[in-house]
Ligand binder design. Structure first.
Ligand code: HEC
Length: 141
């Protein structure tokens, strides 16, 4: 069982080792085949990202001809800088991103978006469908 999970993980390029060596606060993520089960904030971030950001940044956050690859662009970002980027938006000659600080579909979910995108950036979460891990002490979904 564990062996096949590891094999799937290798195929998807997720780094099990990275999850263990990074900070203790890193949310739990478990992947098999083309689906990952993740701590609830990561799951919510994925949902919001697919609904609000993927049209420009692509479903896997790897970017498009229009908007940058966030797994690369976020290399030097911490959470605070990420939040500021969403508050400010971006207005360029070729492309733009609307500010989201007052968008009711985005503003309440900054932390979840960060949880999702930081996991993508750090290789802890491969490009996959995400499902929520059962909350401890409660029955699964
Ligand atoms: C309408 C298309 C569009 C949508 C929707 C969009 N973005 Fe962007 N985003 C862009 C463009 C274009 C850029 C920056 C282009 C540049 O800097 O050259 C950008 C840049 C960014 C940056 C980098 C900002 C910086 O300061 O370098 C982040 C972070 C980001 N987007 C996150 C998000 C998130 C999270 C969402 C969903 C809530 C989102 N974007 C939705 C088009 C979009």
């Amino acid at each position: 069982m564990l062996r096949s999970l590891v094999a799937f993980c290798a195929a998807l390029g997720c780094q099990a080792g990275a999850a263990q060596s990074s900070s203790a606060a890193a949310p739990r993520i478990e992947c098999a085949a083309d689906v990952c089960r993740a701590a609830v904030p990561v799951y919510i971030g994925w949902r919001v990202f697919e609904a609000q950001c993927a049209t420009c940044h692509a479903a896997d956050a790897r970017g498009s001809s229009y908007a940058p690859d966030l797994t690369q662009r976020l290399r030097d970002f911490d959470q605070r800088r990420f939040f500021a980027a969403l508050d400010n938006g971006y207005l360029g000659a070729q492309s733009s991103m609307p500010p989201r600080g007052r968008d009711p579909n985005v503003a309440p979910y900054y932390e979840e978006l960060w949880a999702f995108l930081a996991a993508r950036r750090d290789g802890r979460l491969p490009a996959a469908r995400v499902e929520p891990l059962a909350v401890e002490g409660r029955a699964g979904p």
